[in-house]
Design a protein around this ligand. Sequence first.
Ligand SMILES: [Ca+2]
Ligand SMILES: [Ca+2]
Ligand SMILES: [Ca+2]
Length: 471
Amino acid sequence: MRAQRGGKRSWLSRAGGVALAALLVGPVAAGAPPAAAATPDQPVLVRDRTWSVRGGPSFAFGRTGDVQVMGDWNGDGTATPGVFRDGRWHLRNRLATGATELSFTFGRAGDVPVVGDWDGDGRDGVGVVRRARWLLRDPLSAGPASHDFTYGRIGDVPVTGDWNGNGRTGIGVVRNNRWLLRNARSAGAPNHDFRFGNVGDVPVTGDWNGTGRSGVGVVRGRSWYLRNPLSAGAASQSFAFGACGDAPLSTGSARTEPGVPTSMRGTEWTRLPTSERVVALTFDAGANADALPSILRTLRNTGTPATFFLTGDWVTEFPAQARAIAAAGHPIGNHTVSHPDLTTRSDTEVRSQVVRADRTIRAATGVDPRPWFRFPFGARDARTIGIVNCTNYGSVRWTVDTLGWQGTSGGQSKATVTRRVLDTLQPGQIVLMHVGSHPRDRSMLDAAALPDVIARIEARGYRFVDLDDYR
Ligand SMILES: [Ca+2]
Ligand SMILES: [Ca+2]
Ligand SMILES: [Ca+2]
C-alpha cells in the first residue's frame, strides 16, 4: 500500500521501468518529466494454492487453508505474496514459486490478517483484526502491536488502503455493501461512508489507476467491479477474471474471503479429500437448540473439533447459543435462512437464501461461514451447486447420517446411532448429526451417543478434524 513517494509498486517493477524509459524516448520526453506515477495495483486471485496476477505471473505459494496477502515487504517497490496461518506469517519477496523467506508470529489463529504501510516508510507492515479490535505492527517480526484500537463491529469485513494518498495506509470495514473508511490508524469516525456493490459481494481494495490513492471494488462470481472515487456510484472499470469460487485480492491487499476448494466446485464433498484417518463431526441446526449444551460439553471435555451448520432463522431465534458455538472455536457453516428445498426455488431466491444467512451468521457470531455450505435435506442439482459456488460457497454433504433425528419414536437409539457411524468409518468420513431434540418424543440421540462415538472412533486409530483444516 504505497503512494508514489519513494517509487512505484508493481508486480514487475523492473519491466515497468524499462517500459517507462522506452516511453520517455518518445514525444513525452520533450516536455517536463512526468510526476513519478505509482504503478496501479493489479487484481489477483488464488485457487487452492496457485496465485494468478492479472496480466502477470502465476505461481504457487503457501498451503490451502492459508489466508493470502500481498505487500511490499522489503520496500523495493514490488508487492509479493505472503500468507497468514494460525498466527504465523510466511512472506516471500519474489513473484515466483518458492519457499518462505521471512516467517514470524503476530496475532493468533482465527484473527483476520490485514496489510499496509502504517508508518509510511515504504515497507508494508502486518496486522490482525480480532472481532473489532485492530492490532497493527510496523516491523516484520514478532513483537507487540505498534497500533492497538477498536474500529467497526463484529461481523464487519476489514479492508485497508491509502485512501488519502499520503503514503500511509488507512483502515476500513465493509458492512453488507456499506464502506466505512478511515485515514488514521486509530479509533474514530470514518472519513468516507458510502455504498458500493451488492450484499454478498466480496470486497477488494487497491490503487487501480496509479494515483497513489486506493479505490474500492467488489467481486461477484467472476465479475470484478472497481471504483476509483471513494463514494457511491458506478464502477470505474469492470471485467471478468477467474472463475466462481476463486479467492480475490489485489497486489495491495489481503484477501477478504476464502476461495472454494477446487475439489468441491461443480460437485460436493461426501467425505473429506484425504486418505488420512480423520473424521469430521458436523451438526446441523435448524429446529430447536435443546441438545446443544450437552454436545458442547462433550466436545470440550474430550477436546474434539466439530463443525456446525446453522440456518439464519436458528441464529435469530438462538443468538446466545450461536455465540456459544463461536466462542468454543468451532467453525460455522451456512445452512440457508429458512431450510427450503433449494431445487424448487428460483436463482434469485437461492442466492438470497445463501447471502442473507451469511450476513445473519456473521453479525451474530463474528464468524465467516464461507466456504462451508450444506443444502437443506441434501437437495441439490447442478444449477443450485453453481449458484452456491458463485457466492463463494461449496457444498459439504455427508458420508453417514446417524438418523438420530428420527428419535426413539422413529425406532432409533443410542446404539443404532453409534453403530451407523462405526459401520461406515473410513478416512475423511463426514458424520451428520443434529443439535435439536425430536419434536415429539424430545429424545436427543446424537448428543446421547456422542461420548461413545468419539471414544470408539479414537479407539480405531482415527482423530477428529474440523472443516477449516481443509479450507
Ligand atoms: Ca518488495
Ligand atoms: Ca511501514
Ligand atoms: Ca493514507
